[in-house]
Write a protein that binds this ligand. Structure first.
Ligand code: HEC
Ligand code: HEC
Ligand code: HEC
Ligand code: HEC
Ligand code: HEC
Ligand code: HEC
Ligand code: HEC
Ligand code: HEC
Ligand code: HEC
Ligand code: HEC
Length: 324
């Protein structure tokens, strides 16, 4: 046994452990209990794959991160309680930063992975190694965040506390999104809007920032209904007598869901102008929705407020003419 020799590097340490284990195995018959305990201790050490240092070593120098990390949900990785494909018990730091034994010796930043300095695709990939199976991320590959160099870490800061890791309060989420989407945020200052500006709801009520199969990463709820369904089920149907554009083209055909200068967040200043885009005898022949019957005198004020009679404009349970 070469005990007592000054060991310099980890590989030597590994060799020593291997030797120790072999040694104790050979003597197992004689030195029963005592040797078993040593063996167990050696094996926990041995589980560190080559090149890895273990979180305890990291925290020897980065102790400022240590206390906060015990409250981080990723601490489950450290304790081995997380349901991940690979067991990272005792090595949580390196599950994201890669093997760190060399860096622990040289303390050079170039010997350790800092996700903040990686390409967007690489940074996201390392997160997805564990997070891919969450259904909320199923649309990530086709999301425009993924396609436009906006990695996970642009919205999730790992070491800055829970609210920075996973923004949960509406106002925090809105601020985060607004920091890049300034022109969208400005739409919520218009006279008719969803009240995100006061934190009554958030962007993620309607969008999944991780991507969806709908255009604009619009969130789906319940049985793959559009996000609007959650709060406006009476407008989304399904109806026995639907109004075709509501079902086919979606709410955005007639509404500006972020905010609008027009009442009811409509795309036009008056209801009839919305209708006449598709139901006009001027465009007869190539009209989309069919021309109103002749008794509709569009110039008469009586017929200008279409929804006075066609009250069930989003669809009706009883009337194909959408009046009841
Ligand atoms: C012996 C002390 C020491 C140990 C052990 C150590 N580090 Fe460091 N680490 C440093 C120092 C010093 C810096 C700052 C280097 C600089 O800014 O020039 C640093 C920087 C870093 C950085 C930032 C690199 C960058 O690009 O800015 C990361 C990430 C990091 N360490 C992770 C780890 C991890 C993970 C471990 C454990 C595997 C670890 N460190 C172990 C001393 C250490
Ligand atoms: C879930 C992934 C993950 C885990 C686990 C993790 N880090 Fe980090 N770490 C990051 C990311 C991402 C960054 C880049 C900065 C950011 O986005 O917050 C970072 C940055 C750092 C930095 C650079 C300091 C800075 O503020 O820029 C150091 C040092 C560091 N981590 C050390 C550690 C140590 C030590 C552990 C273990 C206790 C650890 N990390 C665990 C993902 C992780
Ligand atoms: C080694 C596996 C692993 C890696 C790598 C990893 N995570 Fe996690 N992450 C977990 C586990 C485990 C949890 C806690 C359990 C859960 O919520 O699923 C978690 C939780 C989270 C949460 C939710 C926190 C909450 O309060 O709900 C966020 C956000 C998150 N991780 C982001 C990231 C980001 C960003 C990266 C890449 C920088 C990353 N994770 C890398 C395993 C991992
Ligand atoms: C554009 C910003 C943004 C990007 C990019 C982003 N996220 Fe998120 N993520 C959020 C927000 C906001 C939430 C809170 C969700 C909510 O309120 O519905 C969240 C929630 C989460 C959660 C908790 C999910 C749950 O079940 O509650 C995890 C885990 C997570 N993100 C991981 C990731 C990973 C991994 C990536 C990269 C592949 C990523 N995120 C990219 C903004 C983002
Ligand atoms: C770091 C900057 C950044 C942050 C933060 C950010 N985004 Fe984005 N987002 C982008 C970029 C870049 C694009 C692609 C170009 C564009 O459409 O503006 C994009 C596109 C989008 C799109 C268009 C989707 C599509 O498929 O057409 C939606 C919706 C979106 N983001 C929602 C959000 C939400 C919700 C949040 C907050 C949780 C958020 N974004 C936070 C940068 C960001
Ligand atoms: C009431 C629901 C709702 C809310 C809240 C909402 N959006 Fe949207 N957003 C939509 C719909 C619907 C679309 C159109 C999607 C399509 O069909 O292309 C859209 C489109 C977008 C687009 C792509 C088109 C464009 O206008 O540039 C971006 C980016 C976007 N939203 C970002 C945000 C951000 C950032 C927030 C929060 C500040 C937010 N949205 C809040 C419903 C919403
Ligand atoms: C989280 C719940 C929620 C979601 C999701 C939601 N809305 Fe709303 N919506 C509201 C609330 C609350 C109001 C009342 C407006 C206010 O705050 O004064 C409203 C108002 C409206 C109005 C205007 C009503 C009026 O009388 O001026 C329209 C139009 C509208 N929503 C359309 C949509 C569309 C389209 C979607 C999907 C893209 C959607 N909403 C998603 C909660 C929601
Ligand atoms: C064909 C155009 C059109 C489409 C498509 C449409 N709406 Fe409307 N919506 C209107 C009109 C017009 C009004 C105003 C009705 C009035 O004059 O009272 C309105 C009013 C509303 C109101 C507020 C009025 C109320 O009765 O509470 C909400 C909320 C609303 N729509 C939600 C939606 C949702 C959600 C969708 C998608 C499922 C949608 N709309 C699709 C035309 C449309
Ligand atoms: C984006 C185009 C579009 C807009 C805007 C639109 N409609 Fe329609 N509408 C249609 C289509 C398409 C049909 C189905 C026509 C068919 O089945 O032949 C329809 C059907 C109808 C019907 C039932 C009659 C029928 O032929 O089945 C009425 C009534 C009606 N629309 C009224 C309105 C009113 C009132 C407005 C304004 C609030 C409006 N529409 C806005 C496209 C539109
Ligand atoms: C005074 C009540 C009233 C007003 C206002 C009104 N309509 Fe009508 N509309 C009717 C009636 C009644 C019918 C016939 C319904 C039927 O045949 O079942 C009808 C039928 C229609 C149809 C064809 C329905 C079909 O079954 O073929 C369309 C399209 C239509 N209206 C569009 C409009 C538009 C667009 C406006 C506003 C410019 C408008 N209406 C205003 C009462 C009205």
């Amino acid at each position: 046994m070469p005990i007592g020799r000054p060991w310099a590097g980890l590989p030597c340490a590994f060799a020593a452990m291997a030797a120790l284990v072999l040694f104790s195995v050979s003597l197992a018959a004689q030195q029963d209990q005592e040797s078993e305990q040593t063996q167990q201790a050696q094996q926990t050490q041995q589980q560190l794959p080559p090149g890895y240092a273990g979180s305890d070593v990291c925290l020897g120098c980065h102790d400022d991160l240590g206390k906060a990390f015990t409250r981080n949900p990723h601490h489950l990785v450290e304790t081995g309680k997380a349901k991940t494909k690979t067991n990272w018990q005792g090595m949580a730091c390196e599950s994201c930063h890669g093997p760190g034994a060399k860096h622990a010796e040289t303390v050079s930043p170039s010997d350790i992975i800092n996700p903040a300095k990686q390409t967007a695709a690489k940074a996201s990939q390392s997160c997805l190694a564990c997070h891919l199976n969450n259904p909320i991320h199923a649309g990530w590959a086709r999301s425009s965040h993924n396609k436009n160099q906006t990695p996970c870490t642009s919205c999730h800061a790992i070491h800055k506390g829970q609210e920075a890791l996973r923004p949960a309060r509406f106002m925090e989420i809105n601020k985060l999104c607004a920091s890049c989407h300034t022109s969208v945020w400005a739409q919520f200052a218009k006279p008719y809007k969803h009240r995100l500006d006061v934190g009554a709801m958030s962007c993620t009520d309607c969008h999944n920032p991780h991507g969806t199969f709908l255009p604009g990463s619009v969130r789906t709820v319940a049985a793959n209904e559009r996000a609007c369904y959650k709060c406006h089920p009476d407008k989304t149907g399904p109806f026995p007598f639907p109004h075709a554009p509501v079902q086919l083209e979606g709410c955005g055909t007639c509404h500006e869901p972020h905010g609008s200068a027009n009442p009811r967040m409509l795309t036009r200043s008056e209801v009839r102008f919305v209708c006449l885009e598709c139901h006009s005898n001027i465009t007869a022949g190539k009209t989309i929705g069919g021309v109103p019957p002749a008794f509709h005198d569009i110039r008469s004020p009586r017929f200008q407020n279409c929804t006075i009679c066609h009250t069930k404009i989003h669809g009706s349970y009883v009337d194909p003419g959408l009046e009841r």
